[in-house]
Design a protein around this ligand. Structure first.
Ligand SMILES: Nc1ncnc2c1ncn2[C@@H]1O[C@H](COP(=O)(O)OP(=O)(O)OP(=O)(O)O)[C@@H](O)[C@H]1O
Length: 270
């Protein structure tokens, strides 16, 4: 895994990013002076309490919002260029599938939009459906699938143009524990096979530790980088990984960060 960042190519650079929203006539600073890099092929999680600005930060990276100040550079370009050239895929908490299109047709949509011919992408889509375990369900409609299966379709669709980068915003948080664990394993397998760079938003400490090479912990009000944690759990993560002493040490140390933060906040409030 990517333990030594200095040896790796920087894929995403977030530099001094601030985000201020206007709310009820007031200016609210949601993100303050956020800086970090993501290396090529790295799996980085943005972890923090609800409302600390994780989704906002991901949306800034995906060019769905513009920062109030600071800048984001992806593969040496502005996120707009990267978005227009479809160099990242994005998966949200809700799969947002087209109900009138089958599983296969949902996955094919970005390829159709890009004007690719079906003959060109047919076998690649078959491969993708195989990767996410949906071959048998390729002719089903979204409403015939479970929540986990729908999210698999969304992941396959995000990968259909083979982007080097995948942004994921709490993709498993609406799923039951069993499905969530299964999809976490599948995501690691996809990462192993395709070598994507992944930025993953979550508020689950065990999820972040299990999946990531590095975890950026954000604190709230305003969102700032609280701490950065390298996850030295090796490349092959299994059920045993979750039971390992190192896994528990890492989750405990991150949990303590949140505890210190909330005690400090309580002290400030008085
Ligand atoms: N477009 C917007 N206009 C005004 N305020 C916004 C907007 N988008 C987000 N916010 C505010 O920014 C703050 C951070 O929201 P964001 O969704 O980024 O947090 P989060 O850490 O992802 O939360 P959660 O884990 O609950 O999804 C919240 O207070 C939210 O109300």
């Amino acid at each position: 895994m990517n333990s030594d960042l200095s040896q790796q190519k920087v894929e995403i650079s977030v530099d001094g990013v601030c985000m201020v929203f206007g709310k009820k006539g007031k200016q609210v600073t949601v993100l303050q002076d956020i800086s970090f890099d993501v290396a090529q092929n790295e799996f980085v999680s943005l972890l923090g309490p609800s409302g600390c600005g994780k989704s906002t930060l991901l949306r800034l990276m995906a060019d769905l919002l513009q920062p109030s100040s600071g800048q984001i550079i992806i593969q040496k370009e502005h996120p707009r260029e990267v978005r227009l050239r479809r160099k990242f895929g994005i998966v949200f908490q809700n799969p947002t599938l087209f109900e009138w299109r089958t599983v296969r047709e949902n996955v094919e949509l970005p390829l159709e939009v890009m004007g690719r011919s079906r003959a060109e992408y047919r076998s690649m889509v078959d491969q993708l459906l195989e990767t996410v375990g949906l071959t048998k369900f390729k002719d089903y409609y979204p409403w015939q699938l479970s929540g986990g299966m729908q999210q698999r379709v969304a992941i396959a669709r995000a990968l259909s143009l083979d982007p080097p980068i995948l942004f994921m915003d709490e993709p498993f948080s609406a799923l039951d524990e069993f499905t969530k664990e299964k999809l976490q394993f599948e995501l690691l397998e996809i990462k192993r096979k395709t070598n994507k760079t992944i930025v993953f938003v979550t508020h689950s400490i065990p999820e972040a530790v299990f999946l990531s090479n590095r975890i950026i912990v954000l604190s709230a009000n305003p969102g700032r980088v609280h701490s950065v944690h390298h996850v030295d759990l090796g490349e092959d993560r299994t059920l045993q990984t979750r039971e390992s002493k190192r896994f528990h040490t890492l989750t405990a140390s991150i949990r303590n960060c949140f505890y210190e933060e909330s005690v400090a906040l309580d002290d400030q409030i008085g």
